[in-house]
Design a protein around this ligand. Structure first.
Ligand SMILES: [Zn+2]
Length: 236
């Protein structure tokens, strides 16, 4: 392989590296991970929205239960006073009995209110549990997608590193000035910055070159001409 022909190898490897970088940037695994992450976020927000009313009702339930507890304790203490023998006046005993009845009525009302709250909370608990299960599954899927993306990236990166190493080896065979001309022209002319002269035609052009031009190119010492038509570097 001549020095200049190695430039075609460099170009081929540059094209391969470009394709691998594009593949890295557009891995389907990355899209899958983005979707899984979005799903986790959406379910998390939905869960927070459902947990809030459940917690609110549970707070209310605890408050009413606490209140009923206080009333029950008060009724117990009145009851003990009623039978303690310390109170003997009929009117006072009647008053205590009325107070106990009143406390029991209020306690029963509170118990009923607590029951109603529990009936409201029950379906919320079920729906929150169902949502938590869906969130856990989405989180597991996101974890799996993270692993899949990392594996895909490792595989493509390994291929890219190997391509870049081969490119460095090939580039070492190319004269420095030719490599510099190639690299300067590549941004405009990739993926075919360097082409061959085939017969009297530049590979980058549809038309044949005038024979005077072909002669001129063939006799250039550098072995690398600029095509007047397309601007590509022509190997001859
Ligand atoms: Zn050309």
């Amino acid at each position: 392989m001549t020095d200049l022909a190695a430039l075609l190898t460099v170009q081929e490897l540059d094209n391969t590296a470009g394709a691998l970088r594009h593949r890295l940037a557009t891995l389907p695994e990355r899209r899958a991970l983005e979707e899984a992450t979005a799903s986790v976020a959406a379910l998390g927000a939905e869960l927070a929205g459902r947990e809030a009313p459940q917690r609110e009702l549970e707070r209310e339930q605890r408050r009413l239960e606490g209140e009923a507890e206080v009333l029950r304790a008060k009724a117990d203490s009145e009851n003990r006073r009623l039978y303690s023998g310390a109170v003997t006046a009929i009117r006072e005993l009647q008053a205590i009995q009325e107070e106990i009845s009143s406390l029991q009525r209020r306690t029963a009302q509170l118990d009923e209110a607590v029951l109603e709250l529990m009936l409201k909370i029950e379906p919320l608990v079920d729906s929150v549990a169902e949502l938590r299960a869906r969130l856990a599954a989405a989180e597991a899927a996101a974890d799996a997608a993270t692993v899949a993306l990392a594996e895909a990236e490792v595989a493509v990166n390994a291929e890219l590193q190997s391509t870049l190493a081969q490119r460095a080896t090939a580039a070492a065979d190319v004269p420095a000035d030719a490599l510099a001309r190639y690299q300067a022209a590549r941004p405009q002319l990739a993926p075919s910055t360097v082409v061959r002269l085939v017969g009297s035609r530049c590979e980058g052009c549809p038309l044949q070159m005038p024979s005077v031009e072909v002669d001129r190119i063939r006799h250039l010492e550098s072995g690398l001409a600029d095509c007047d038509e397309c601007g590509r570097l022509v190997l001859h």
